[in-house]
Design a protein around this ligand. Structure first.
Ligand SMILES: Nc1ncnc2c1ncn2[C@@H]1O[C@H](COP(=O)(O)OP(=O)(O)OP(=O)(O)O)[C@@H](O)[C@H]1O
Ligand SMILES: [Mg+2]
Length: 280
């Protein structure tokens, strides 16, 4: 990479990384497990990845990667307006895979300190310096999560096949559709091989949403991985579970090659112009 071509952000030509928000209507469906494994899977494919633990009250990303954060997002609250990406990088925790983590505050009462301006700036600085930013969000549609959803290029909505998860996922999808986010959503069926009256193949019909991402049910592998803080894509890379995550990583990379290396159009006029200029 020619250093002279870089912008002050440290990325070539001011290109901006892809932002992915990992969300779910119900807690405990696998957002954290998916976030860390997808992040490491992308890193293995030479993608520069950062993870923001956006579950500000009860974030588990550091634990899931066996990291001991010296800094968290709370430490950047005061100065973030004046920070550049290099200054922020001093607050990121480095995982041995290469993934950089901006950790959640150490205590739930600090979550309210993370105001919209901080979230906005932190995401912008992280996408300025990494090819991909993955945000593990809180459960449901709370305000901070909605902000991540709005900023994200892609939204992964995770569900399992449990009735309560499906019912709430349906409500979440309907709400996000009304808000105009349907195009950005990818539905992920986690634990897709679990015993359930609802079959994975029926979910698309039930939710009225095309589903192409299925992650198998491997409780022992996933819970052990979370407990010891080693992502399963690292030490169980040949399992069907890991292969499902590598497949997601590959899909993301192929989409990214088409879209992300273009500056993001912000305004309606810019979007219109982009459409016209790419028309055959
Ligand atoms: N593919 C899977 N197969 C089997 N078990 C899984 C799978 N994915 C996640 N789990 C299990 O589900 C539980 C919750 O996982 P995880 O902590 O990643 O979910 P979460 O959505 O981040 O939860 P929270 O709402 O607490 O943040 C863990 O016990 C984990 O082992
Ligand atoms: Mg979690």
């Amino acid at each position: 990479m020619n250093h002279a071509e870089k912008t002050e952000d440290g990325r070539q030509g001011g290109k901006r990384g892809e932002m992915i928000a990992v969300c779910s209507a119900k807690g405990g469906v696998g957002r954290t497990a998916l976030t860390v494994n997808l992040a490491v899977a992308l890193t293995k494919k030479n993608i520069k990845v950062s993870v923001l633990d956006g579950n500000f009250q009860f974030g588990d990303i550091a634990l899931a990667l066996d990291l001991h954060p010296t800094f968290t997002i709370k430490d950047v609250v005061e100065d973030i307006e004046s920070m550049d990406p290099f200054a922020l990088s001093g607050f990121l925790i480095h995982h041995s895979s290469g993934v950089k983590v901006l950790a959640a505050p150490e205590r739930p009462e600090f979550a309210d300190l993370i105001k919209p301006g901080v979230i906005d700036r932190a995401c912008d600085l992280l996408t300025a310096q990494h090819d991909c930013l993955i945000v593990d969000t809180g459960t449901g549609l709370q305000e901070q999560t909605l902000q991540f959803i709005e900023k994200a290029d892609q939204i992964f909505i995770l569900t399992t096949l449990e009735m309560t998860a499906i019912k709430n996922t349906r409500l979440m999808l309907e709400t996000l559709e009304v808000l105009g986010y349907r195009e950005k959503i990818q539905l992920v069926i986690n634990r897709s091989t679990m015993e359930s009256v609802i079959k994975a193949s029926d979910v698309s019909d039930i939710l009225g949403f095309e589903t192409s991402i299925f992650v198998p049910n491997e409780y022992q592998l996933v819970s052990q991985s979370l407990n010891i803080g080693i992502p399963f894509v690292s030490n169980h890379a040949r399992t069907d579970l890991a292969k499902a995550v590598f497949k997601m990583a590959e899909q993301l990379i192929s989409r990214r090659e088409i879209s992300v290396f273009m500056p993001k159009p912000n305004t309606f006029l810019q979007r219109l112009f982009t459409k016209h200029s790419t028309a055959p």
